[in-house]
Write a protein that binds this ligand. Sequence first.
Ligand SMILES: CSC[C@@H](O)[C@@H](O)C(=O)COP(=O)(O)O
Length: 352
Amino acid sequence: MSLESIKYTRGSLEILDQLLLPLQTRYIKVRGVEDGWKVINKMQVRGAPAIAIVGCLSLAVELSPDNESSKKNMRQEIEGKLNYLVSARPTAVNIKLAADELINLANTLCAEDSISAEIFKERFIGSIEDMLTKDIHDNKAIGSFGCEAILKNIDGDSPVRVLTHCNTGSLATAGYGTALGVIRSLHATKRLEHVFCTETRPYNQGARLTAYELVHEKIPSTLIVDSMVSALMHTRKIHAVIVGADRVAANGDTANKIGTYQIAIVAKYHDVPFYVAAPLTSIDMSLPYGEKIKIEERPDREMTHIGEHRIAAPGINCWNPSFDVTPASLIAGIITEKGVFAPDNLKSVKTT
Ligand SMILES: CSC[C@@H](O)[C@@H](O)C(=O)COP(=O)(O)O
């Protein structure tokens, strides 16, 4: 059984508070859009796919008891609330694409005279609920395509050692995970000898969340500090790096958790293939290249403190970008639910 980060039934949504993991397992009730915005902004739920799903489900929960009889009012309310949810965190594109799709759906339902307000609401909520099953299904496809791509480059039946960064597992998605889904699939083939996961400073998604998921799944794994990546690649044979994505531009440049870019550079130097595992909902064809991606900057406190405990000298200035952009030239392949694509071939995927 993998960890359940999102518990949803019609009219009720709870999320596992990821700020308390791994020491406490506590679910928080999300009663509507205001709660949805807060849990995303505070990073109680995080990871690009989970942000999109929880944001949209928070709207579904808010609409569920609503007896609005005017389709026009409902359409207007939906558009405003979705745009508000998108503003909670700017870098991950999944929530923006989901919001655009849902606004289009609301426009279509509103314009169709034969559809009552009740059916409008039913179809709209149903379409949000479908995101949960689709995400798990897509992650499993990413897992098997990624596993196949990595094993193809390895001689005979040799055991495989991989490195991952940040958290891309069940906690960051509706379930199974993207990069961690590939690792799960590799483990299922019994070819995976070992996973190394980085601590992922400053917010420690690797040490707190990925390590927790790996231990929970009994996948052989070791935690390293972010600054150990070069030493790891120099001293142990690493066969592949697999990371997730918050936004992939049309040319394959990829925004992901801060520190991803330096891992890609080190991987290139050591001739280790560097893969990005992401659903098509993380690909933003409207941006031609990575420089156009807006990078979220987080509060200094996330660097200077661990919980309530201050670790940095009082008075020091901080710079805390939450993501960086890895150039397409450092990426061996982008693993999607439709297959593995060279970054310069992404355009063909999105349109098929
Ligand atoms: C499947 S999750 C992919 C990315 O969202 C993940 O790698 C990442 O960077 C998460 O950042 P976070 O700031 O924890 O939301």
